[in-house]
Design a binder for this molecule. Structure first.
Ligand SMILES: [Zn+2]
Length: 250
């Protein structure tokens, strides 16, 4: 090949490669854009190690609302792809409810972590149909109050194959347990334990159909937040809830 032909061949190839790359980018902007996650706290203490759960990934960007009132403003549905709740809130205005319901009816993602299962005990639709479980702060419906115990050594195992559990086999984790919660018979249990101070189900997918909803009981403190398996679990749950992991359907 002469120098000129070689040079022409080279520039043509380069242009072709550039064209293919640019076309791929143009065809799939949504696939490349990081998920927009809103993390909601407030009403319960937590160590700042919690924030590390959302750091170190290029497929999510996260924003922080320090209360549910700050979180559930108008525009919630347009601004975010997934919600992560780590708050403990009882009060919610009708306007905030409306924004939250609109978000959930738009095929979005919801990940409820640890003490956020105590949110809105008076809003039955919320805990029964959306979250699929309730921590009972007092006896209700013939059930005694739920209990908690800190600093438990918990061995957690997958209960069923699921995209959220990809690269997760079993976890040994130091964390707080909850026992005696009301758990909907319609949930799909993801993780289970036989720790006697805990309910068997420690993570599940709720039966709610308009968005993908995941509850993870684990996550009280630093020993969970910095656990590689827990990090993977929460990251996978966020991706799956937003339709970015596994098949589109549940
Ligand atoms: Zn806790």
């Amino acid at each position: 090949m002469t120098k000129r032909i070689w040079s022409r061949w080279f520039s043509t190839s380069l242009a072709a490669i550039a064209f293919v790359l640019l076309s791929a980018l143009a065809l799939s902007p949504a696939a490349k854009a990081p998920l927009r996650v809103l993390v909601v706290t407030g009403g319960h203490d937590y160590p700042t190690s919690f924030y590390t759960l959302f750091e170190g990934y290029d497929d999510i960007t996260w924003h922080h609302a320090t209360s549910n009132h700050e979180a559930f403003k108008s525009g919630l549905r347009e601004k975010f792809d997934a919600l992560v709740l780590y708050d403990m809130s009882t009060e919610i205005s009708e306007e905030e409810k409306k924004n939250l319901v609109e978000f959930l009816e738009s095929n979005k993602g919801l990940v409820v972590l640890h003490h956020a299962i105590l949110d809105y005990p008076q809003w039955e639709w919320w805990w029964r149909d959306v979250v699929g479980g309730k921590y009972l702060t007092k006896p209700a419906g013939g059930m005694p109050a739920s209990t908690y115990l800190h600093d438990q050594e918990i061995l957690v195992e997958p209960a069923a194959p699921h995209p959220i559990l990809s690269s997760i086999e079993r976890l040994r984790i130091q964390d707080e347990t909850y026992k005696g919660m009301w758990i909907s018979p319609k949930v799909t249990v993801l993780l289970k334990t036989n720790n006697p101070t805990s309910d068997s189900a420690v993570a599940w997918v709720s039966p709610y159909e308009k968005s993908r909803v995941v509850y993870v009981q684990l996550g009280h403190g630093e020993s969970a937040h910095r656990h590689p398996g827990y990090r993977r679990l929460v990251h996978n749950a966020i991706l799956w809830s937003a339709g970015k992991l596994g098949p589109k359907e549940k």
